[in-house]
Design a protein around this ligand. Structure first.
Ligand SMILES: NC(=O)c1ccc[n+]([C@@H]2O[C@H](COP(=O)([O-])OP(=O)(O)OC[C@H]3O[C@@H](n4cnc5c(N)ncnc54)[C@H](OP(=O)(O)O)[C@@H]3O)[C@@H](O)[C@H]2O)c1
Length: 260
């Protein structure tokens, strides 16, 4: 079904999941504002979408800059119209093994994954509550369900987003604003291309974006895929600690040269 009059804003749209979602929504008639730091990559996305007859407009942005987020949201709404659907997807992963434990690595991930998303929420919530309309999807991860070895920084940012969304969903509902939480499993993107371990149930980015897009049209709180893997992670989350920690200990990878 065509959504010709609808406007979406996707952050982290220069590659991976955000880029593919932007293409799929544009092909379906959405007017899509895309943000990320790399202006060149956004321009190539705009060109690719135009080739397929879709309307995508680039708004380069570093989401860790709260003032720039405010200016960008205002510009999008004055140029493209009210944002109907925001997908706060910008984020990254960096392993944080305990033998290289550095506060600066944690700060980087907290600033981007957590505070970057919160900067965007700040600018959207006021506008959406005022007009008693609008949908927001926050991209977290199944890595936020429970602590996983070597992902303590990434996991805490995604666990923070999950907790934040659980609270905001309930608070925003009476104001007519729909908040959804997106928890993907492994998806083949530049982010996971860096992983040097087997990724169970790895999804292709086109399929993952399609699952995300389908979820946006529903009212369920959580959008999660692929289902089989995410249910396994949900089960892990509720296991008693004695069992859960025995399972996660098996995921531990030792640095080369260190005895297991
Ligand atoms: N791939 C997976 O398996 C997986 C699983 C669970 C959750 N996720 C989540 O899905 C989201 C998208 O990840 P992906 O896999 O598609 O990774 P990706 O291809 O690396 O995409 C990350 C996007 O975030 C943007 N970004 C990074 N820093 C930014 C900043 N400061 N300001 C604005 N944009 C910024 C990047 O663009 P620039 O570098 O141009 O800024 C890029 O467009 C992330 O939140 C990730 O945690 C991914």
């Amino acid at each position: 079904m065509s959504e010709a009059t609808k406007c979406a804003w996707i952050t982290g749209a220069s590659s991976g999941l955000g880029r593919e979602l932007a293409l799929q929504m544009a092909r379906d008639g959405w007017s899509v504002a895309v943000s990320a730091r790399s202006a060149e990559k956004l321009d190539s996305l705009v060109a690719e979408a135009a080739g397929a007859g879709g309307r995508v407009a680039a708004y380069p942005l570093d989401v860790t800059d709260a003032d720039a987020v405010g200016r960008t949201v205002a510009r999008i709404e004055s140029e493209l119209g009210s944002i109907d659907q925001a997908v706060l997807n910008a984020g990254t992963h960096q392993p944080t093994p305990v033998h290289e434990f550095k506060a600066s690595d944690f700060r980087k991930l907290v600033d981007l994954n957590l505070m970057g998303t919160i900067n965007c929420l700040e600018r959207l919530i006021g506008r959406f509550r005022e007009r008693r309309a609008g949908r927001i999807a926050v991209v977290a991860s199944v890595a936020g369900y429970t602590g996983l070895p070597q992902a303590s920084a990434y996991g805490l940012t995604k666990a923070g987003l999950i907790n934040l969304c659980e609270a905001l969903r309930v608070e925003l509902k009476p104001d007519g604003v729909t908040l959804q939480l997106v928890n993907p499993g492994f998806v083949r993107t530049p982010l996971t291309d860096r992983n040097d371990f087997p990724m169970p149930f790895l999804m292709e980015v086109e399929d993952a974006a399609r699952a995300l897009y389908r979820g946006l049209s529903r009212n369920s709180f959580e959008i999660t895929f692929p289902r089989r893997f995410t249910w396994m992670m949900k089960l892990l989350r509720i296991l008693p600690y004695s069992l859960k920690l025995a399972v996660t200990a098996r995921m531990l990878r030792r640095p080369e040269g260190q005895a297991t």
